[in-house]
Write a protein that binds this ligand. Structure first.
Ligand code: FAD
Ligand code: UDP
Length: 367
């Protein structure tokens, strides 16, 4: 007889939601986490009384009513709306692409004028069926915006030319013909009051958690402790990379405490030119309308990933997707182990979708 019903590997959002659901259904769980803290990539570090998003800026947004109600059980959200500003060589433009952007770029005032300007630029390019990110971007917003706000940023972010990137990456950014700088289209948005750690702590309340504990370094021992395993780490690592490494894009953050109250006047500023080495600067206090005397900023650099580095963005190109499918087949043979979350499913997953997926797995598994 095993000691626990479930061993949960990884104390990120997926593992924490599953742990909560299991506990509520009377199951015994042990959560083990490799890092020295819980929360996975939504973890915040407290610096100068400011919640610093250690693994990159996180804004909760969703259109899934059930998920919004679910998180609302554990934490209240503030009224933060993400409205990043693009900085192109000192010229500032509102994001996402909307009437404020078009007005600044071309002086157009009405939606009709903006649409005509974009139509004229598309016509000059002669693109009918966009085949890559460059063509897709130009067909959505025209060449001027592509050159100033998309080209340099995207090349820095992905380390590849826009012509060599799939069109879908740019499609998730809204293009609006109204004056509206809200980066997301979802009806629900905000930052947990008190920071993301409050949400994670509430989800894990009453569950045994061991940090600084790597499952794979003693897999046999941990497997023997539970009837079932929920694994949220990288799928290729689980199988000892036996079929090869799945590729990622990685990030590096340079975080500084500044002896001033307000550095850039917004939470996110994207540097869209090619020359500035960082992609964006996050000023963390603005997520929570902070009034602290000092401020904390993080310059974000996008870097090529190599084994051993922190995996951030899966590179879902054909080659890697095929490799993932091989591992997925292998995962299906593991009878007592269930794979979930952004690393185990090799998927770009927003937080709300991760919660929905964890609730679904819990529903199937726990009844
Ligand atoms: P993780 O948070 O990665 O958790 C997995 C955990 O498993 C980690 O803590 C890891 O240490 C642990 N682990 C791995 N291997 C082992 C092992 N062998 N033993 C023990 N533990 C192990 N989403 C949004 O909705 N809004 C945003 O604004 C947003 N911004 C983002 C910005 C960036 C830069 C990135 C990269 C992602 C962003 N996301 C955002 C996505 C969000 O981070 C994810 O949806 C979420 O964190 C995924 O949770 P998870 O539990 O699947 O994975
Ligand atoms: N993008 C851009 N300029 C910007 C912001 C985004 O060109 O100022 C492009 C870039 O290619 C990026 C994509 O739009 O990869 C999606 O943007 P999003 O903010 O969703 O990127 P994330 O950081 O969440 O991957």
């Amino acid at each position: 007889m095993s000691k626990y019903d479930y061993l949960i590997v990884g104390a990120g959002l997926f593992g924490s939601v599953f742990a909560r659901e299991a506990k509520e259904r009377g199951k015994s769980c042990l959560v083990i986490e490799k890092r020295n803290h819980t929360g996975g990539n939504i973890y915040c570090e407290d610096i100068e009384g400011i919640h610093v998003h250690k693994y990159g800026p996180h804004i909760f947004h969703t259109d899934i009513q059930k998920v919004w109600e679910y998180v609302g059980r554990f934490v209240k959200f503030n009224h933060f709306i993400y409205s990043p500003v693009a900085n192109y060589k000192g010229e500032l433009y509102n994001l996402p692409f909307n009437m404020n952007t078009f007005n600044k770029m071309w002086g157009v005032v009405t939606p009709e004028e903006a649409k005509a300007k974009i139509a004229e630029q598309i016509k000059q390019e002669g693109i009918t069926e966009p085949k890559n990110l460059e063509e897709q971007a130009i067909s959505l917003v025209g060449r001027d915006i592509y050159e100033k706000l998309i080209k340099g940023y995207t090349q820095k972010q992905w380390g590849r030319e826009c012509k060599d990137l799939p069109a879908f990456i740019i499609k998730r950014l809204p293009v609006r013909f109204i004056y509206d700088n809200n980066y997301f289209n979802h009806p629900y948005q905000g930052i947990p009051i008190g920071g993301y750690n409050v949400l994670i702590d509430k989800l894990l309340e009453g569950t045994e958690v061991l940090t600084d504990t790597d499952y794979l370094s003693d897999k046999g021992k941990w497997d023997a402790m539970a009837e079932r395993v929920i694994y949220t780490g990288p799928i290729d690592a689980y199988f000892g990379y036996s079929k090869g490494h799945l590729a990622y894009r990685s990030l590096r953050f340079e975080t500084e405490v500044l002896d001033m109250e307000n550095f850039q006047g917004c939470a996110g500023m994207n540097y869209t030119d090619r020359e500035t080495p960082w992609t964006r600067i996050t000023e963390h206090k603005h997520f929570e309308f902070g009034t602290q005397e000092k401020t904390v900023i993080s310059k974000e650099y996008s870097i090529e990933w190599s084994p051993g580095q922190e995996p951030y963005y899966p590179v879902n190109d054909e080659k890697n997707q095929q490799l993932y499918e091989v591992y997925k087949e292998m995962a299906l043979q593991e009878e007592k182990v269930f794979f979930g979350g952004r690393l185990a499913e090799y998927k770009y997953y927003d937080m709300d979708k991760v919660i929905a997926a964890a609730l679904e797995l819990a529903g199937k598994n726990l009844g």
